[in-house]
Design a protein around this ligand. Structure first.
Ligand SMILES: [Zn+2]
Length: 368
């Protein structure tokens, strides 16, 4: 009886089994399809995740990487050159350089271990540069047409390769690590000469990592103006520039003629002020000359009075200072390559303004 029962049971099972098998096959196919789908999703998400993981890895390696202090000789208390250019002409004279000389300057600076940083990163002690490199800042006053000229070719706007921006771009192409930063100090009424391209040029600069600073609306001598007139010229100029840009704030000032009011109360208006409903707050005020600026962590650093080195080969101009730092490398700012650390030779300890260190780690070493 038991056998019969078993047989009876087996027959329907075989019949059912076939359909079960088919069902299973269907299920398997569905399962395989699902697994493949999941794999695909996983692969996709893996692909998406990989670059992020890679950058994190590289970052960690960079952070851990120790530098050979005797070889790099970092000195983040060293001097920084803020170079002042104006226009380009056929030959070099006071406040005039040539496209060829400007290009030579950039190539020489690159060859000697300098890298371009923004004025803002310098002032904020936030210069993210490789170990052993020296930061340098480019500035251009007056918005001369030779700073940034464009032309149209087959309906496309092209940058004149002989204008300052064209030259910076071409040097950058060959030396990406050198960077492409510069601040153009503009006057509202004359912005690079070609009125129809003002909007294009200002946006090009901001979109490509350059900066724009205030140089007053009418290039007035600020030492001769009233409180109202100072605020008027600085606020109006800021507003004119910003009206072309989406969300960019002008907050650096190069003093026209390098002049500031003698009266302390009036002088305050070159840092902060307001005209109508336009306020301004400058984080860097630049003088005209004659020497390299202090490290942003130095007791001597003052954002209200940053000296510049004039471009050129005359006395105490750029060529002189490049030569000076070759002969006196100990006086030059040399990066430790770590934005979170400040490395200074022990001998310069007393000149540090500890308030400027912030959350960064301060490291001293014996410079041999
Ligand atoms: Zn000027």
């Amino acid at each position: 009886m038991k056998k019969m029962l078993l047989l009876l049971c087996i027959i329907p099972l075989i019949i059912m089994g076939c359909s079960v098998e088919v069902e299973e096959n269907k299920e398997t196919i569905v399962k395989i399809e699902k697994i493949e789908e999941i794999k695909e999703i996983e692969e996709k998400s893996e692909k998406d995740v990989i670059p992020e993981e890679k950058t994190i890895e590289i970052k960690e390696v960079e952070e851990v990487k120790e530098i050979d202090l005797d070889e790099i000789r970092p000195n983040e208390m060293g001097k920084v050159m803020v170079i002042m250019y104006h226009s380009f002409g056929e030959s070099e004279k006071q406040f005039v350089s040539t496209p060829e000389i400007f290009k030579e300057d950039l190539i020489e600076l690159n060859d000697l271990g300098y890298v371009l940083v923004s004025l803002e990163d310098y002032v904020n002690n936030n210069m993210d540069i490789e170990a052993g490199k020296t930061p340098v800042i480019l500035t251009f006053d007056d918005g001369h047409s030779t700073n940034f000229k464009v032309f149209e070719e087959n309906g496309e706007i092209k940058i004149d390769p002989k204008s300052a921006v064209g030259i910076i771009e071409s040097v950058y192409k060959e030396n990406v690590d050198f960077g492409r930063e510069a601040t153009f100090f503009l006057n509202g009424n004359i912005v690079f000469g070609q009125a129809e391209y003002v909007d294009y040029k200002l946006n090009y600069l901001i979109d490509n990592g350059y900066d724009i600073g205030n140089h007053s609306n009418g290039h007035e001598d600020l030492s001769t103006l009233s409180a109202d007139a100072i605020q008027n010229t600085l606020a109006i100029n800021k507003e004119k520039i910003e009206s072309h840009l989406n969300g960019y704030e002008v907050r650096t000032l190069a003093l026209p003629f390098g002049k500031r009011p003698k009266d302390e109360k009036l002088e305050e208006f070159i840092y902060n002020g307001k005209w109508s409903d336009i306020g301004y707050n400058n984080i860097a005020v630049l003088n005209v000359g004659w020497n390299p600026a202090n490290s942003p962590i130095s007791k001597k650093f003052n954002y209200k009075s940053i000296n510049r080195v004039q471009a050129g080969s005359m006395e105490f101009q750029l060529d002189h200072w490049i030569d000076y730092f070759e002969k006196n490398p100990n006086n030059r700012y040399i990066s430790d390559g770590n934005i979170n650390e400040i490395t200074v030779p022990e001998s310069l300890k007393e000149y540090i303004d500890y308030d400027k260190i912030g959350s960064k780690e301060l490291i001293f070493y014996e410079r041999k």
